[in-house]
Each structure stands twice: as structure tokens, then as C-alpha cells.
Design a protein around this ligand. Structure first.
Ligand SMILES: [Zn+2]
Length: 375
């Protein structure tokens, strides 16, 4: 919870706020309460806003396609403001935008020489926001796009990518790691091993499921998550690619398959049984062309749908929650409100009682309310 919001909550309900902090302290065994992911999860849900690259693309600061956040150099102030917007909307985490800032992606766009400063820039911006808002500071590893279980050279390169990104994040002092968007159990295990090799902070490891209901190694997501739990991951689950409707059935299976905390961070799109991933959605209005990545607007989930997703997930005891690519701050606020929170942005949540036509307030004139069905 941001410092400001915490102060407000404290002044409103001093008794309850004190009890909650005490519980978190006990769970964290003396570690810094604000920076202890597992302590926070023991006490309740943790909301992690993700999908920064899609939001930056919409705002006009990132190119769809390669999806490399060159904005870190070109407009660092935009990245900082985006982090702040998500915290304002209810995110408990500020995650460094090192997604797709690994050696392979920079090689693809011809900027490999910028690898180190770009990672450091992402970490420095996120650290500043995390420390000033009292949110958790997360490092980020992701799919490398070169992993091949039968290619020893590729595996070596993947290990190098994870080792170096973990190293820079550890230097920056991350509170925990997110390793995300993996379609291979083998690749996710390499990321987890790198985290364990170089740090002692918790690891959240999540798969991203494409159209098939199995991972590319042939395991179900529940089996893959069990493997990660056995390998020492603290939180396992799914992020990205699937909307709430096609992700939740898998999340239910994962919740039953593991004992550790479970993560669910869907994309905010209306995926279907026929088109279960956002990359597979086609738009009937545009000759059934693929809507990904810049034609997805007609499929965006409403705030009410994200509110319901949050409530449903938490009812299953799925505590690590977020929304991935396509999420705007309004989705994160809806998620927060769905689990009973009132983040600073809720100050501006809709109140239609004073609307010019639909309002119920006595100040609204009848000449307007009587016209409401024609508005
Ligand atoms: Zn995503």
C-alpha cells in the first residue's frame, strides 16, 4: 500500500491498521514489512500491475512488434509516471521494466551495446518509485525466444541471459524476482535456477499459455507449476496471453496441484474457447484478421469483468494477482476494488448519482431525468 494510502487507512481505522501491521511483522520474522513479499502474501493478496509495454505502446512511446522498451532511454519520465499511475491505482509492486531488455531482444533490434545501461535504467526508475511509494521492488526475467530443449548452445545462451539480468537486479536491491511468460517448463526452471544461484530473495515464476492447454514440453500447466514448486519457487501460476475466461479454469487446477502461493495475471481481453489466447483472436469487423497486437480494442474487458476476476481468484485463495498486457490503470483499480480495497485512485471511481441524465440526486432537474431514455 502506498505510504499516503496507508496513512489515510490508519487515521480512518487506527485499531484495525495496527493489528494488520503486527500480523505482517510476525509473518516476516523481523524483515522489513514493506519489502517482504511472502509476509504480505501470508497476510493477504498482493497486486502486481504488469503489461507495461502494451500501455506504453498505446501512449505512443513504444513500438509494437519487437516490443523492446527503448523508452527507458528516450523518455524515462514516462516510465516513471506509468509506475506511479499503477501504484495510484492499487499496485503493491513496482516491477522493473526489464521485460524484453535481455541480450537476445537487444540483438534483434541492433542495440546489444545498450544492454547494461538499459537494464540499469529500468531498475533505477522502478527502485525510485518503489522506495518512494512503499511498494515492493521486483526484478523481472522473461521468455528469451531462443530456448530449445535439444540445443545445448541455446540453453547456454539462455543461462547467460538469466545470469546477467539477475546480477544487475541483485545489485539494484530487488525485493523479489518475477520470472514470467514462459511456454517451456525447461526455460522457467533455468530462470529459477539463476535466481537461486545469485540471490536469496523470493521467486514468482509464471507460465503464459498459448492456444494449446499444454506447455511446449508437453506438461499441463498444473504439472509444470508443481515442478516449479518442487524446484523451490515461492509463487507459481500463469500470466499473460489468456483473458480471465480462459485462464481461470487452469488456475483452479494449479491451485489444487500445489501448496505454495498461486499467481494469476490474465490479459484484460475477452478470449474464448475457440480463440483462447489474445494472439489468436480475430476480429469479425475486419475480415477476421488477427487482432493482435494493435487491433485488440474491441475485445477489451470491462472494469466489471476485472473486478469479478479478482474476487473469484481471491475466493480460490489465489493471492498474487494482477493484469498483464493490455491493462491500464483503470483495470488495476477495478482489480483492487474487486478484492475490497480502496486505492488512492478510487477517490475518482464512478458515481452516477449526479450525472446530468442518469443521476438520482435531487439537484438533477426533471427536464433532464425525464429525457434519460432518449439520451
Ligand atoms: Zn503480458
Amino acid at each position: 500500500m502506498p505510504v499516503k494510502a496507508k496513512k489515510q487507512a490508519k487515521s480512518a481505522k487506527p485499531q484495525r491498521a495496527r493489528v494488520r501491521v503486527k500480523q505482517v511483522k510476525r509473518a516476516s520474522k523481523g524483515r522489513d514489512v514493506e519489502r517482504d513479499l511472502l509476509g504480505r502474501l501470508k497476510a493477504g493478496a498482493v497486486i502486481c500491475a504488469e503489461g507495461y509495454v502494451f500501455e506504453l505502446e498505446r501512449r505512443g512511446y513504444l513500438q509494437a512488434g519487437a516490443f523492446v522498451p527503448e523508452v527507458l532511454f528516450e523518455h524515462p519520465e514516462v516510465v516513471e509516471q506509468l509506475h506511479l499511475d499503477f501504484v495510484h491505482a492499487g499496485s503493491d509492486v513496482t516491477e522493473a521494466l526489464t521485460y524484453y531488455v535481455h541480450r537476445e531482444k537487444l540483438r534483434v533490434i541492433g542495440r546489444e551495446k545498450d544492454l547494461v545501461p538499459m537494464n540499469r535504467a529500468a531498475l533505477a526508475i522502478a527502485r525510485k518509485v518503489a522506495r518512494s511509494t512503499g511498494t515492493l521492488f521486483a526484478g523481472d526475467l522473461c521468455n528469451t525466444n531462443i530456448y530449445d530443449p535439444h540445443d545445448a548452445q541455446a540453453i547456454k545462451e539462455v543461462e547467460r541471459i538469466f545470469d546477467e539480468q539477475v546480477g544487475w537486479a541483485v545489485e539494484a536491491g530487488v525485493d523479489y524476482f518475477v520470472a514470467e511468460t514462459f511456454a517451456w517448463v525447461g526455460e522457467a526452471e533455468l530462470a529459477l535456477k539463476a535466481i537461486k544461484r545469485h540471490s536469496r530473495v523470493p521467486a514468482v515464476v509464471t507460465f503464459a499459455m498459448h492456444q494449446e492447454a499444454i506447455l511446449r514440453d508437453g506438461l499441463t500447466p498444473a504439472e509444470g507449476c508443481r515442478r516449479l514448486e518442487q524446484a523451490g519457487a515461492d509463487v507459481v501460476g500463469l500470466n499473460c496471453h489468456r483473458g480471465p475466461a480462459t485462464m481461470m479454469p487452469m488456475i483452479r487446477d494449479i491451485r489444487q496441484a500445489v501448496k505454495c502461493h498461486v499467481a494469476a495475471l490474465p490479459v484484460p481481453y475477452r478470449t474464448t474457447t475457440q480463440q483462447p489466447s489474445f494472439m489468436s483472436l480475430t476480429d469479425a469487423c475486419c475480415n477476421n484478421q488477427r487482432a493482435f497486437p494493435v487491433g485488440l480494442d474491441p475485445f477489451v474487458a470491462t472494469r466489471a469483468e476485472i473486478f469479478d476476476f479478482g474476487r473469484e481468484a481471491l475466493a480460490l485463495d489465489v493471492r498474487y494477482l494482477g493484469v498483464c498486457c493490455g491493462a491500464g490503470p483503470h483495470h488495476i483499480r477495478a482489480l483492487a476494488e474487486g478484492i475490497g480495497r480502496h486505492p488512492p485512485a478510487s477517490r475518482y471511481s464512478a458515481d452516477m448519482s449526479k450525472h446530468a441524465f442518469f443521476g438520482t440526486d435531487k439537484m438533477i432537474r426533471r427536464i433532464q431525468t425525464e429525457y434519460r431514455d432518449k439520451a
